[in-house]
Design a binder for this molecule. Structure first.
Ligand code: SF4
Ligand code: SF4
Length: 242
């Protein structure tokens, strides 16, 4: 899969938007509740003080006074939020911000915001991208699959091996068992990440491979051994109705 993929991983469908490269997963608390709270706050602040009406530009420093971040050198954009009910995205994008493109107010600027493609675009092939979009329940488990695509590939292969069948979102888009298997596995991965106060999103493939090599589930390490076993047991219990 290359970055010219026809599938948009950034905003694939309502409810599955992603803000990982805007810095969302640099928050210390990356639980569903913690990140929902962060996004709700930034959204409410924007609605109270839309910057296109001449209000002060928000900055990373003001966020740092109020939130704890994993890596203090990595930018967290104050302009991400809920662009729709349960859909994270860019509050400065012209499609959201009354036709005005305000992304140049951010550190990155609109060209980088527009043209950046994270490692998931290249690591997940089209079939895996469709599986991630089809079977995740919400933006949160969807984003976990985006930040760690190699773990997502491991989860899909494990489910296919244990179920003895290939996953096909085209033939079975509303398979609730598959959705349960994938969301349960991704939630367990998210819990594992939230217990570690280390960066879990990387902008380039070399950085991603270097820093996640002991955490991503496709590698067996002392760090991830317990969660690999726990996910395997959970999949077995769901498939066998235990
Ligand atoms: S992390 Fe990837 S999928 Fe998410 S918004 Fe950025 S480029 Fe898009
Ligand atoms: S301005 Fe750029 S970095 Fe900030 S939320 Fe929008 S897309 Fe993300």
């Amino acid at each position: 899969m290359d970055a010219e993929s026809k599938i948009s991983l950034c905003q694939p469908v309502k409810g599955k938007g992603c803000c990982a490269c805007c810095g969302l997963f640099n928050c210390s608390d990356i639980s569903f509740t913690g990140l929902s709270h962060f996004l709700l706050n930034t959204t409410l602040e924007m609605h109270k003080q839309p910057i296109n009406l001449g209000n002060p530009v928000r900055d990373f420093a003001s966020l740092r006074q109020r939130y704890v971040f994993r890596d203090h050198t990595t930018f967290v954009c104050p302009y991400m939020g809920f662009i729709d009910k349960n859909t994270p995205g860019c509050l400065m994008h012209p499609s959201v911000n009354k036709g005005i493109d305000g992304r140049d107010y951010s550190l990155y600027g609109k060209e980088i915001c527009n043209d950046f493609f994270c490692p998931a675009y290249r690591i997940l092939d089209a079939r895996l991208q469709r599986i991630l979009i089809a079977y995740t329940d919400n933006w949160y488990t969807y984003s976990i699959g985006i930040i760690d695509p190699l773990s997502f590939i491991w989860i899909v292969k494990l489910i296919e091996d244990m179920a003895g069948t290939a996953i096909s979102p085209e033939n079975n888009p509303a398979d609730t068992t598959l959705a349960t298997l994938i969301n349960t596995s991704l939630m367990m991965l998210a819990l594992f990440f939230n217990q570690l106060q280390v960066p879990v999103f990387f902008y380039s493939e070399p950085e991603y491979h270097l820093h996640m090599r002991l955490l991503s589930l496709n590698q067996n390490s002392t760090h991830n051994a317990k969660v690999r076993v726990a996910i395997t047991q959970a999949i077995d219990a769901i498939l066998n109705g235990c």
